[in-house]
Design a protein around this ligand. Structure first.
Ligand code: ATP
Ligand code: ATP
Ligand code: CA
Length: 221
């Protein structure tokens, strides 16, 4: 049996929604892009499979588009919180299998969870946190929150680490953090030898508790 290729609908074609739509199309997925602003729809007509102008708070319009046949629907309406909530409710009522919604703030996110959104994302907040982490510690290139207590960080080898190996740095024992991988010359090495000295421009991918990672960042800042 041929594997069913997932079909996506993206509602709200601001910066976030249109990037999601474009990326999925580039990856070869079927994408229906919806916005009530005809200009925004026009911008994506040649990019996605179907781009239509419709008001997502109009249940009949959503039904007519066959929205419940899509595997995943992304609601990327930001500013208009009321439209975002109503749209999510309508999608839920129509029986959409998976609904992912962009939230404007924590309260909006709480409401979305309560009414049954399968996943709530906070792109502005998350990007803000990443930029802040990078500003506090310029060696930190990426920061991925795994839970409220644990994260993965990508850290450029600070000068104090260069020339030393993982055994000498004793990161696991001193900071209870594990170096998952070392990126060198664009190559990701996921079993980096403990006796290999670190070089300038090496990027360490480290998992650990937030406090321990912060301690590590500060010691080597
Ligand atoms: P971004 O930050 O991603 O650029 P935003 O969070 O500022 O976007 P808006 O620009 O407010 O979000 O909304 C995104 C899009 O959602 C807009 O293009 C807007 O026309 C569309 N939109 C808002 N309400 C509806 C609706 N009821 N039906 C369809 N589209 C809508
Ligand atoms: P352990 O007793 O921790 O298992 P080991 O002697 O079996 O250590 P080695 O590979 O020799 O293993 O590592 C010695 C020390 O080097 C570890 O205790 C740890 O602090 C550090 N180390 C080695 N590899 C890593 C890594 N991937 N991430 C973090 N620290 C490491
Ligand atoms: Ca915005």
């Amino acid at each position: 049996m041929a594997k069913h290729k997932k079909q996506f609908a993206i509602i709200g074609l601001g910066r976030f929604g249109s990037s999601v739509a474009k990326f999925l199309s580039e990856m070869g997925y079927e994408v229906l892009a919806i916005d009530d602003n005809a200009e925004r729809v026009q911008d994506l007509v040649n990019v996605v499979t179907h781009a239509v102008s419709a008001d997502s708070t109009d249940e009949e319009a959503m039904r007519a588009l066959g929205i419940r046949n899509f595997d995943v629907v992304v609601v990327a309406i930001g500013e208009n919180i009321q439209a975002s909530i109503l749209t999510t409710l309508i999608l839920k009522d129509l029986g959409v299998g998976k609904i992912i919604v962009k939230a404007q703030n924590e309260l909006h996110g709480k409401v979305l969870n309560k009414i049954g959104a399968d996943k709530v994302v906070f792109p502005e907040r998350d990007m803000g946190l990443r930029v802040a982490h990078h500003l506090i510690s310029p060696n930190i290139m990426e920061h991925i929150e795994l839970s409220s207590d644990y994260s993965i960080v990508e850290m450029t080898a600070p000068s104090a680490m260069r020339g030393k190996n993982l055994r000498q740095l004793d990161i696991r024992a001193k900071y209870q953090c594990n170096v998952l991988a070392v990126k060198r010359d664009g190559e990701m090495n996921i079993s980096f030898p403990a006796d290999e000295p670190l070089c300038r421009d090496d990027v360490l991918v480290i998992v650990g508790r937030n406090e321990q990672l912060t301690r590590l960042e500060q010691v080597y800042a």
